[in-house]
Design a protein around this ligand. Structure first.
Ligand code: FAD
Ligand code: DHB
Length: 389
């Protein structure tokens, strides 16, 4: 098989890129290792920045998001038993976020792709990318019990952290930067109306907790747990009791309901440089991971794709390779900004098991500054609501 752009991975990055290229009349084939059902039900992120919302709308994938997404003007920081609101819209000249689950974004983009008849293969696992430094890179994949080859002008690795694209780059051509954290997130989905209108980020001596949502009837809640925590040790009752303790504030009550999904996600920061090897380009989690505090992962993947779409169009339609050549440098500026923000939010809000009393006082001073200083709150709001694309 032959195409112009081979896209590995049908996560938000791969699917959105396929859509944007299709709108320009550029052919692509999307190869996804898992089933459609799997990718449409994998619980992950839930917050879309203004820029992400604008891109989805502009490419015709915003109809259900505009109907069902919840527009949020602010978030709450809760610490010392008190609530403190960060007014995102007021502090950023009107930038807002939309609560709309990654599963729904993926569902909308899959439906658009399949309806258009353009190729998107599920259960097609990419094994390796070959000849990336030539003009005819090849993607080797397994589908329907046999091995196949896809030849393309360009290959985009949008296959997440564990994918095959980054692994196909020779070790001496790529450098990685990494940080792990002494905690993980236990995330649950519960069939109960949210107990709050806006997201609550709670910092408590026993650990971080986050109250998010998936619509008027479904709550999404997260608890900081040790990195080696086992779901078997967390029966529903224990989860709710712990959430109650960490969210405790005067006059506030957490509604409980049946838990329908639960998982533990380790937290790490990771960047691979450069994000290009010849004609193989990396996008999204394939190139970088942020800890989830601050909800940057999905939005960063979208920012990569917006750059790639323009750069591929310049190369394929106008014979201008320069935007592709500078893709990595341009993308990495935003990547490192988001890495710093996610790291800061994570260390600001989590209880570090190794922290001493001095460290805890510094953390509290930093939280207090967000309440006392408009400059500090504005910086958080600008990063949270997202930089323009
Ligand atoms: P992905 O969504 O990972 O998509 C990659 C796709 O490639 C997948 O469909 C995968 O099946 C496919 N693939 C992998 N290997 C191959 C192969 N060899 N061949 C073909 N296809 C392949 N972010 C937040 O902001 N908030 C959160 O709460 C949050 N929770 C998360 C929970 C988990 C468990 C994970 C893993 C991530 C979470 N993130 C969260 C991060 C966010 O979901 C990601 O940043 C986002 O999914 C990135 O999109 P992507 O398209 O780059 O990668
Ligand atoms: C969600 C995830 C995040 O990481 C975050 O900071 C806010 C919300 C969510 O899944 O809803």
């Amino acid at each position: 098989m032959r195409t112009s752009v081979a896209i590995i991975g049908a996560g938000p990055a791969g699917l959105l890129l396929a859509r944007l290229l299709q709108q320009r009349g550029i052919e692509s084939v999307v190869l996804e290792s898992r089933s459609r059902d799997h990718v449409e039900h994998r619980q992950r992120a839930g917050i879309l920045e203004q820029g992400t919302v604008d891109v989805l709308r502009a490419c015709g994938a915003g109809e259900r998001m505009d109907r069902e997404g919840l527009v949020h003007d602010g978030i709450e920081l809760r610490f010392g038993g008190a609530a403190h609101r960060i007014d995102l819209a007021a502090l950023t000249g009107g930038r807002r976020v939309v609560v709309y689950a990654q599963t729904e974004v993926v569902r909308d983009l899959v439906a658009l792709r399949l309806d258009s008849g353009a190729p998107l293969l599920f259960d097609a696992e990419v094994l390796a990318v070959h000849d990336a430094e030539t003009e005819r890179p090849r993607v080797r994949y397994r589908h329907g019990g046999a091995e196949h080859e896809l030849t393309a002008d360009h290959v985009v690795g949008a296959d997440g952290f564990h994918g095959a694209a980054r692994r196909s780059i020779p070790a001496d051509r790529i450098r990685t930067y990494e940080r792990s954290y002494p905690f993980a997130w236990l995330g649950v989905l519960a069939d109960v109306p949210p107990s709050t209108d806006e997201l609550v980020y709670a910092c408590h001596d026993r650990g971080f907790a986050l109250h998010s949502m998936r619509g008027p009837q479904v709550s999404r809640l997260y608890l900081q747990v040790p990195p080696d925590a086992d779901l078997a040790d967390w029966p529903d009752e224990r989860i709710w009791d712990e959430l109650d303790v960490r969210f405790a504030a005067d006059g506030w009550r957490l509604r409980r309901g049946p838990i329908t999904d639960r998982s533990i996600t380790p937290m790490r920061s990771f960047v691979a440089e450069p994000m290009r090897h010849g004609r193989l380009l990396l996008a999204g989690d394939a190139a970088h991971i942020v800890p989830p505090t601050g909800a940057k992962g999905l939005n960063l993947a979208v920012a990569d794709v917006v750059l790639l779409d323009r750069a591929l169009a310049a190369a394929v339609q106008h014979g201008d390779p320069r935007p592709l050549e500078s893709y990595s440098d341009t993308a990495l500026r935003r990547v490192w900004r988001a890495e710093h923000f996610s790291y800061s939010m994570t260390t600001l809000l989590h209880a570090d098991p190794a922290a001493d009393e001095f460290g805890r006082r510094l953390q509290r001073a930093q939280l207090d500054q967000l309440v006392d200083s408009a400059a500090a709150a504005t910086s958080l709001a600008e990063n949270y609501a997202g930089l323009p694309l």
